[in-house]
Design a binder for this molecule. Structure first.
Ligand code: SF4
Length: 350
């Protein structure tokens, strides 16, 4: 085991990736980067991380900010509950931990948005604590080292955590975690791993048995369901009506154009939108031309959203429920939105 970690650390000393959160690392930078890296590629994260650090250079500035501004600076990165949890956790750290990100693994796990993996990564990378981390890259490397053919699940996870603990070196645990991450990203890649360049080749059971390209065993892909969605771009002079999504749930607290899902077989989309706006929100409109059809894939489903220009009906007064706002078209960029709502907004501005 010692030999394996020594080889890995020597390789890391020569091959570590140059990443913005690694220069002058602080617990705050490590924490933000690890949250951004959840389910997101390093290359995608880099510009977001840099912008986020310019706006929120330290924990106090993040805790002081309004949630809408945090969401605005997260816009485009997706999985917005990460941003909301990051913001909530910053405030909790200021109130309950004297403004210091805790080094203790259980204290880290008590914070919103920090699970076992992220806690291990922060503890080891930021504080050099002897804690294993197990992200997707490390998981893949470990599965191949052990030649594990079990399907994904809690039994495999328990096996991986146990092995990760056994492998941890007594010193440089942060570098060790990052070395495994880098090895998984650059050498032990999901397809066609570059075993000839791998410092762990002689320890790798999958390489020895020639099974590396079969691993990790994946769950069969479920068919991703599709949803038909309509939305109204309701204008009044130079203003357009936005609706704020509920705080708890997908795209929580982001703004969007009012509308919703329809049965897949619906053919009269403008008519269905008109009825939906009336019944759901009490908004009476005349539905006009289509602004666009936008396709987007989320984790568990995909949508096609048809947006229509709408005018308020001259005959019915509009009483706006809380969570709606009239916004001048030139101010739309100040309202945090998901990908599709932002695409619609760009159509309006152009
Ligand atoms: S030898 Fe190949 S499969 Fe094994 S850890 Fe290295 S790159 Fe991955």
């Amino acid at each position: 085991m010692q030999q394996l970690s020594d080889k890995l650390l020597s390789w890391y000393d020569e091959n570590a990736r140059c990443l913005p959160w690694r220069s002058d690392p602080t617990p705050y930078k490590v924490w933000v980067s690890e949250i951004m890296l959840q389910q997101t590629q390093v290359e995608t994260v880099i510009p977001y991380f840099q912008r986020f650090m310019e706006r929120f250079p330290d924990l106090a500035s993040l805790a002081d900010a309004e949630e809408s501004e945090v969401l605005q600076n997260w816009e485009g990165l997706g999985y917005y509950s990460r941003a909301r949890n990051l913001h909530k956790a910053a405030r909790l750290i200021v109130n309950d931990f004297n403004g210091q990100i805790p080094a203790d693994i259980e204290a880290l796990k008590s914070l919103p948005g920090i699970g076992a993996y992220t806690a291990g990564a922060i503890a080891s990378i930021a504080f050099n604590a002897p804690e294993p981390a197990l992200d997707a890259n490390i998981r893949r490397v470990t599965i191949r080292l052990l030649d594990l053919h079990e399907p994904p699940g809690s039994k495999t996870d328990a096996h991986l955590w146990e092995f990760a603990r056994q492998l941890l070196p007594s010193a440089r645990s942060g570098d060790y975690s990052q070395a495994l991450m880098d090895l998984g990203s650059a050498v032990c890649t999901p397809t066609n791993p570059l075993c000839q360049l791998c410092p762990l080749q002689s320890e790798c059971l999958a390489f020895r048995r020639g099974t590396q390209s079969e691993l990790p065993v994946r769950k069969p892909k479920a068919k991703v369901p599709h949803r038909l969605v309509v939305a109204g771009v309701i204008t009044h002079g130079n203003d357009v009506l936005l609706a704020r999504r509920p705080a708890d749930g997908m795209l929580g607290n982001l703004w969007e154009y009012p509308g919703g899902s329809l049965p897949e077989e619906t053919t009269d989309l403008p008519g269905a939108l008109q009825v939906m706006l009336e019944k759901r929100f009490g908004i009476y409109v005349e539905v006009g031309a289509q602004v666009g059809a936008f396709k987007h894939a989320y984790t568990h489903f995909r949508i096609t959203l048809h947006a229509f220009a709408c005018q308020l009906s001259a005959h019915e007064p509009i009483i706006l429920a809380p969570g709606f706002a009239w916004v001048a078209i030139e101010d739309l960029s100040a309202y945090p939105m998901g990908k599709v709502a932002r695409l619609i907004s760009r159509e309006l501005v152009s």
